[in-house]
Write a protein that binds this ligand. Structure first.
Ligand code: B12
Length: 206
């Protein structure tokens, strides 16, 4: 763990955070350790937002810092990752929700663990998931959502896949408030608490 990196992110020192990431990678710190630092930093920022110490512009800036770090870390991981793909996964943040930091981490982890990730982005309507599954032949769909308002779009997406005759496609869900109770509500196959869980689930289905 690098407290210096966590501090640089939580203090929104964008250039420092990016430079430090490069330095840590060069000194042999693994990308996974860096991602864990990012996760810790984001959770500190999340608590500050909830307690009124930080506001939306800070969150947006933190999101940008995360994207930049991810862009540096990703090529280093791809070098080590297996070229053999374990299968295709359609990923997206559901309709009405634009939170993508966590989705990107999930996509990133799936990618470097051998899956071909078709990332549909944010605010993705159910029909778009259906279309992407049909086009790609993916057998796994991963839905991310952070808002309470995301529960229904998740449920509608699961239903839309069934209505399209894609009952053999497995659906995992995750994000902020998502838990087992929400999984039952949405009809998804499984809930995963973090990106590592997403990888473990996908591997068990592959
Ligand atoms: C950053 C942030 C934002 C940023 C998003 C930037 C971005 N590019 O994503 C911005 C500023 C844009 C934003 C906007 C809003 N936000 Co906001 N946001 C957050 C915040 C602080 C952090 C979320 C985050 O990215 N965490 C970092 C990730 C990495 O953490 P993580 O959860 O550990 O990630 C893991 C898991 O979630 C899991 N996972 C995620 N997806 C999936 C999928 C699968 C398949 C699996 C298996 C696992 C999985 O794996 C991840 C990696 O390990 C949260 C508060 C919080 N504490 O969560 C509020 C929060 C989610 N936001 C909230 C709100 C209300 C909003 C706004 C409506 C605010 C507004 N009034 O405009 C808008 C929403 C607009 C919209 N339509 O979506 C509320 C939601 C409340 C609710 N119950 O609905 C929260 C909880 C804050 C609060 N307490 O009020 N937000």
């Amino acid at each position: 763990m690098s407290q210096e990196l966590i501090d640089a992110i939580t203090e929104m020192r964008e250039e420092d955070a990016v430079a430090l990431t490069g330095k840590l990678l060069d000194s042999g710190v693994t990308p996974l350790v860096i991602l864990e630092d990012c996760r810790q930093a984001m959770s500190i920022i999340g608590v500050r937002f909830e307690t009124g110490e930080s506001f939306i512009p800070e969150l947006i800036l933190a999101g940008e810092v995360m994207s930049q770090i991810s862009a540096i870390v990703k090529p280093r991981m791809s070098q080590d990752s297996q070229s053999k793909k374990l299968g295709k996964i359609v990923l997206g943040t559901v309709q009405g929700d634009i939170h993508d930091i966590a989705k990107d981490i999930v996509g990133f982890m799936l990618d470097i663990n051998g899956f071909e990730v078709i990332d549909l982005g944010v605010d993705v309507p159910p029909a778009k998931f259906v279309e992407a599954v049909k086009q790609s032949g993916a057998k796994i769909v991963a839905l991310s959502g952070f808002l309470t308002l995301a529960y229904d779009p998740m449920k509608f997406t699961v239903q839309a896949l069934k209505d399209a005759g894609l009952s053999d496609v497995k659906v995992m869900i995750g994000g902020g408030q998502i838990d087992e109770q929400i999984r039952q509500y949405t009809g998804a196959d499984i809930y995963g608490k973090d990106a590592m869980a997403a990888v473990a689930i996908a591997k068990s289905w592959a």
